[in-house]
Design a binder for this molecule. Structure first.
Ligand SMILES: Cc1cc2nc3c(=O)[nH]c(=O)nc-3n(C[C@H](O)[C@H](O)[C@H](O)COP(=O)(O)OP(=O)(O)OC[C@H]3O[C@@H](n4cnc5c(N)ncnc54)[C@H](O)[C@@H]3O)c2cc1C
Length: 517
């Protein structure tokens, strides 16, 4: 192991893992620095009590809100990053998301690249993450250069019934794009039963398409790749001119270490990337690295999301519930002038989730009553775009921790989407539904998606006065610093963000390979 590399990648999640995976076959000497370790494979991976009540896989960290109140963010610092716990719903942004979009609370800004620019990389990302789906079903999607590599995961009977109801009522349901590695030849992965433990749980049989299994494990034993786990990057140092990152400062085992590379790629997740940049202030960059524009940490987005459970008389024995989505309200409609967003399914509710979610309310409820309730539930996830407000931002507290200020936008659109869902429920055999909001993943001080879909804190753009990164995701103010996590998003659209981070990391990885050669 050496101390100088061609490229250092900080963070091994969707962005960083994919970028390393893109560079590794070129022979580039890559060092991956990851603050976490490997998530253990153990029976508790699929134990809802361990995951949702005990928070077994939530990493210890404390952030602060705008009022200085401590919050416990739902973060997962592991090899693979947030993808170890994500739902692997791997959507492309819609072509309209790349232009300006007029919302009830303002305008969502245009991207400096178009859907067409990213399209080839979306196709490659779908291949790499083994996405199951069917292009051509959803009227809002853009063109595609390759069909999904795998047929969609089929709907289980209760979902098929809901699809029929939706189609009969004139809606356009489509097969949701799901990242699953269904490998019959692999003795462990072949055990994948498309279960209810895909969304919000780590996958015991490594059959969920995550960044650990698909990007890091395939390259980590190559001679040109080094992976350091439990390596917390605290700051970046530059030369006197401030144009070049000269060292990456790491805390590992209580010791401070330094590594250097021709190129440094930051991909620590939107909040931690902003933290590292701000903590790296020096004489040449007094407001934080790459922050002459004062944009680092600003424009934080996380989606205006709502999880809804619909109880019906009819049982719902579905195991893998994430097969269905609807984009009929993605843009404005004849009777509503603004976009509302996406409706999709989430992982099936199980009784212990309620105990984790509402400990007081459920304290005296016998287990069987919760089991009975859960067996009738159909779970929906509603996503509305939120706006990148400059005042929604990550700053640092006096002790260097993350302070997150956030004000939600586009609430009338989110409410309208919820109203549309209630109409849908009447069309899908659930006239006697009862609707309740829930935070599916765990109990939180801020809404779950506040951390899950974090993005926007180092946006890319043409103008150095209003963006942190250029179109190649290189910091405008430095020659060898890139960012490829979801920080680069100028807007977030209303679909899940991971596939866009993956596609962009392939794009930037190819740019770096060309630059290095
Ligand atoms: C419960 C849950 C469900 C989700 N479901 C979906 C879904 O279905 N579909 C979807 O598209 N998205 C989903 N997401 C969001 C998705 O996981 C993220 O958008 C995606 O992982 C972001 O990629 P990233 O590279 O920006 O960050 P991450 O994947 O989080 O990677 C960041 C990495 O950096 C490491 N790191 C952080 N700080 C440091 C440091 N100082 N030094 C070294 N390493 C550091 C972290 O440990 C982590 O490995 C979900 C997220 C969660 C939490």
């Amino acid at each position: 192991m050496t101390d100088h590399y061609d490229v250092i990648v900080i963070g091994s999640g969707a962005g960083g893992g994919t970028l390393a995976h893109t560079l590794a076959p070129t022979g580039t000497r890559v060092l991956i620095l990851e603050r976490g370790g490997f998530l253990p494979r153990e029976p508790e991976n699929w134990d809802p009590t361990a995951v949702f009540v005990d928070g077994r896989y939530q990493s210890a960290d404390t952030w602060y809100d705008a009022n200085g109140q401590a919050i416990v963010p739902q973060v997962h610092y592991y090899v693979g990053g947030a993808t170890k716990m994500y739902g692997a719903a791997l959507y492309r942004l819609r072509p309209t998301d790349f232009g300006e979009v007029r919302h009830v609370d303002g305008v969502s800004p245009a991207w400096p690249i178009s859907y067409d620019d990213l399209e080839p990389y979306y196709s490659r990302a779908e291949q790499l993450f083994q996405v199951h789906g069917r292009h051509g079903e959803d009227p809002t999607e853009g063109h595609w250069s390759a069909q999904y590599p795998w047929e969609p995961v089929s709907h289980e009977p209760r979902l098929a019934q809901i699809v029929e109801g939706l189609q009969a009522a004139g809606y356009h349901p489509f097969h949701a794009p799901c990242g699953i590695q269904l490998d019959e030849a692999d003795p462990v992965r072949s055990l994948c039963i498309r279960c209810m433990w895909c969304d919000g749980y780590p996958c015991l049989v490594h059959a969920k398409s995550d960044a650990e299994t698909l990007t890091i494990r395939p390259i980590m034993d190559l001679p040109n790749v080094d992976l350091l786990t439990d390596a917390l990057v605290t700051r970046l140092e530059t030369d006197a001119s401030g144009r070049t990152v000269t060292s990456v400062v790491v805390q590992r085992g209580g010791v401070e270490e330094r590594y250097s590379a021709d190129i440094v790629v930051l991909s620590a997740g939107a909040a931690n990337t902003a933290k590292i940049l701000l903590a790296s202030a020096n004489e040449a960059h007094p407001a934080g690295l790459a922050n002459g524009s004062d944009q680092v940490g600003r424009n934080y987005m996380f989606h205006n999301s709502r999880a809804v459970v619909a109880f019906s008389k009819e049982p719902n024995p579905t195991r893998y519930q994430k097969t269905l989505a609807i984009n009929d309200f993605y843009g404005p409609t004849a009777d509503y002038a603004f976009p509302m967003g996406n409706i999709q399914m989430v992982g099936k509710s199980l009784a212990p989730m309620y105990r984790g979610e509402k400990p007081l309310l459920t304290k005296f409820a016998p287990e069987w009553t919760l089991d009975e309730a859960a067996s009738h539930i159909v779970d929906y996830w509603l996503t509305t775009e939120d706006l990148p407000l400059p005042e929604n931002r990550v700053t640092l507290t006096g002790s260097g921790d993350i302070r997150l200020a956030y004000r939600m936008t586009n609430q009338p659109e989110a409410d309208r989407l919820y109203h549309e869902l209630r109409k849908i429920l009447n069309h899908t055999g659930m006239p006697d539904h009862h609707v309740m909001e829930k935070n599916i993943y765990s109990s939180m001080d801020i809404p779950v998606a506040g951390v899950a879909h974090q993005s926007g804190t180092a946006r890319f753009g043409h103008d150095p006065a209003t963006s942190v990164l250029d179109v190649d995701c290189k910091a405008h103010e430095l020659d060898n610093l890139y960012v490829v996590d979801t920080s680069f998003f100028p807007s977030i659209g209303a679909v899940n963000p991971a596939l866009t981070a993956i596609a962009n990391a392939i794009r930037v990885g190819e740019h770096l390979a060309a630059r290095l050669s």
